[in-house]
Design a protein around this ligand. Structure first.
Ligand SMILES: Nc1nc2c(ncn2[C@@H]2O[C@H](COP(=O)(O)OP(=O)(O)O)[C@@H](O)[C@H]2O)c(=O)[nH]1
Ligand SMILES: [Mg+2]
Length: 320
């Protein structure tokens, strides 16, 4: 198995693990600042808390990108205790919040990337979230693991989108299957997958358009692409990855809902976690839609894609 995701590749090396924690901590510092100012009081003052205190905290957490469902899941256990007359202190909250948060993050249960010759990674997400960049980042990781990788330019909406993927292909020395602007994306995918099967590629990464345009039915197009993939590569060798941009905050929630209706989403990649205070959205989406996070993007460079690590993430966003 490739050393790509946390589940299959818990870094054994202590220094490697430390640097992973460091990178999460550094990249997510703004989110931590925000959550620290929200949770501040419980992390500094030792006292017994009551329902009014919890309700105030609830309001603040809902507003700090965690949303209603996730905030309730975090605080309800304490509410119930207080209602039963059991004492709850700020240090109980502090300790338990980390544990509960970890449990709210969904786990990816299958091997990643999927074995398959080819294993197919199908990238979805609205325009600008970072699909093409993430494809390049992941393609580089796979190539560095000595895998034979093919990219398919399934975003045929604009010539610039096709060129962007081609440029990455040239830079990384990875072949790209593309047709002209306006071509049927499903036909590009068919052509690409046939090549991958014929030429024994290990992995195929498929880019798609993300324009939620009135005259262009993105969801119907995606379903058509899905049917084409079904014809050539069995479902268990494919992973449907929804890319979400952390800076969009609550919008990410509605995108997850929207795309899940058209295509079964297997996992999330959350980009632009660097420089945003809205990283809490990752916990909210993963919890609300039971979608595991496989990678997070912490910058624009090819090496700025990190395999998601639950512990590193939670310790990076919650105050110490
Ligand atoms: N800071 C930062 N920028 C990113 C990240 N991922 C992508 N971007 C930038 O987001 C912009 C849109 O990315 P692109 O891959 O073209 O998005 P697409 O429309 O979904 O294909 C580009 O300028 C990327 O460099 C990330 O993790 N962090
Ligand atoms: Mg793109």
């Amino acid at each position: 198995m490739l050393n790509l995701s946390k589940k299959n590749s818990q870094p054994e090396d202590k220094t490697e693990r430390k640097s992973l924690f460091e990178r999460f901590k550094e990249g997510l510092s703004k989110t931590k600042e925000k959550l620290s100012s929200t949770l501040g009081e419980i992390f500094v003052v030792e006292k017994l808390i009551d329902l009014a205190f919890l309700e105030e905290l609830e309001e603040k957490l809902i507003l700090s990108d965690l949303g209603v469902e996730t905030t309730m899941a975090l605080l309800d256990p304490f509410k119930n205790k207080i209602l039963k007359g059991e004492p709850v202190t700020t240090s109980d909250l502090k300790r338990e919040l980390k544990r509960i948060s970890l449990n709210l993050l969904a786990d990816y249960e299958k091997p990643f990337p999927p074995d398959g010759k080819p294993g197919v990674l199908f990238f979805l997400g609205v325009n600008g979230v970072g699909k093409t960049t993430t494809i390049a980042k992941l393609a580089l990781k796979l190539k560095e693991a000595n895998k034979k990788v093919l990219l398919i330019a399934g975003d045929t909406f604009r010539a610039a989108a096709i060129d962007q993927l081609k440029k990455w292909g040239e830079r990384l020395n990875i072949p790209v299957v593309a047709q002209q602007e306006g071509a049927d994306a499903s036909s590009v995918i068919y052509q690409g997958l046939e090549k991958a099967l014929r030429e024994d590629y290990d992995f195929v990464l498929i880019d798609t358009a993300g324009r939620l345009h009135t005259k262009y039915n993105l969801m119907e197009e995606l379903k058509k692409m899905y049917r084409v993939m079904d014809k050539l590569v069995p479902r268990e060798k494919r992973v449907n990855l929804l890319v979400l941009d952390a800076t969009t905050g609550q919008n990410a929630i509605s995108q997850a809902e929207h795309f899940s209706k058209a295509i079964p989403i297997d996992a999330l990649i959350i980009t632009k976690m660097d420089g945003t205070a809205k990283g809490g959205i990752a916990l909210a989406v993963s919890h609300k839609y039971k979608l595991p996070i496989l990678f997070i993007g912490l910058g624009e460079k090819a090496e700025d894609l990190l395999a998601f690590d639950k512990e590193a993430f939670i310790s990076a966003i919650l105050p110490d």
